[in-house]
Design a protein around this ligand. Structure first.
Ligand code: NDP
Length: 291
């Protein structure tokens, strides 16, 4: 069989960001202000700092306003809640994102629930999770949305496809499964207690791997011609270097069987921020009634 088509997340995310920039310019002209995204970072986690910087840069590049709030690692729950309340009330803020993970001393669930669902651009608030589940319009988690957009880039209709999502986290696995159900896939959610996982994955026309285990999904688990979306980001040791990033799928093996596959890096990763910008613009439009 021919090698799988490579799904270029970087290029697809770039095109999406261009589109959003057009929408953001129209919004700013009509509203008399740019759409605004507030990002809250608590503590000094190096990976979080990199993400936040990158989010801020891309927000500004798309013609939106980025506001960053930094709190020390030992910030009190009450201070963080007060900041969220202030951002909820601020009319020039359309989206609020609290960078996760939060320090252990803070209650992340309470913080997420404190965000106005209309500004919850991460889509993690239970109201948005519930709306997604019931099929009502909602702000949808960014990485799951990115996965579905990548699958649709090679198969515009996913109707009737057998989809297997490996992983059931609230931020990736479950929302991906809901989105695929809304696309009329027949969805199986697999997890660490699933029996005969390779056989379950072999049924799939579309596989989404969101596990966090380097190269766990092997080439001989993949149905010939299937679409493979690899969410995993795992750093593995490499002689003498910083290590290299690999996904949850054994890429080279799967590539010779699949119909289309996302690489790591350069697949799902770049879509996450692009979808965050999309959600910010959508939240701005809905809050103000400006299409
Ligand atoms: P979690 O650790 O929250 O969830 C992992 C899921 O995988 C769990 O449901 C777990 O099952 C399941 N799992 C673990 N081991 C196995 C196994 N041996 N067989 C089958 N299932 C297993 O991870 P996340 O969902 O947050 O993230 C998953 C991956 O995606 C990570 O690599 C993460 O870095 C990456 N990621 C990438 C993003 C991006 O922008 N590209 C964004 C977010 C995450 P159980 O529930 O039974 O424990």
């Amino acid at each position: 069989m021919a090698e799988a088509k490579l799904i270029d997340g970087k290029a697809i995310a770039e095109a999406l960001r261009r589109d959003i920039a057009g929408g953001a310019a129209r919004f700013a002209a009509k509203a008399g202000r740019p759409a605004g995204l507030a990002v809250v970072l608590v503590g000094e986690d190096p990976a979080s700092q990199v993400y936040v910087k990158s989010k801020a840069r891309q927000t500004v590049e798309a013609g939106m306003r980025s506001i960053e709030h930094r709190l020390p690692a030992d910030a009190a729950q009450g201070d963080l809640m007060a900041l969220i309340a202030r951002l909820n009330r601020d009319d020039a803020i359309d989206g609020i994102l609290v960078q996760l993970p939060l320090p252990q001393s803070l209650d992340a669930g309470a913080v997420i629930e404190a965000i106005d669902p209309a500004k919850d651009v991460d889509g993690f608030h239970p109201v948005n999770a519930g709306r997604l589940m019931t099929g009502a319009p909602s702000l949808v988690p960014c990485t799951p949305l990115g996965c579905v957009l990548l699958a649709k880039s090679v198969s515009p209709s996913l109707r009737g496809l057998e989809a297997v999502v490996v992983g059931r986290s609230n931020i990736v696995g479950k929302p991906v499964a809901q989105l695929l159900l809304a696309e009329d896939c027949t969805v199986t959610i697999a997890h660490s207690r699933t029996r005969d996982l390779p056989d379950v994955v072999r049924r799939a026309d579309l596989v989404v791997a969101a596990v966090g285990r380097p190269e766990m999904v092997r080439g001989d688990w993949i149905k010939p011609g299937a679409i493979v979306i690899d969410v995993g980001i795992n750093r593995v040791a490499q002689d003498g270097g910083k290590g290299r990033l690999v996904g949850d799928v054994a890429f080279e093996e799967a590539r010779s069987v699949a119909g289309a596959i996302t690489p790591v890096p350069g697949g799902v990763g770049p879509m996450t921020i692009a979808c965050l910008l999309r959600n910010t613009l959508e939240a701005a439009g809905r809050r103000t009634g400006i299409a």
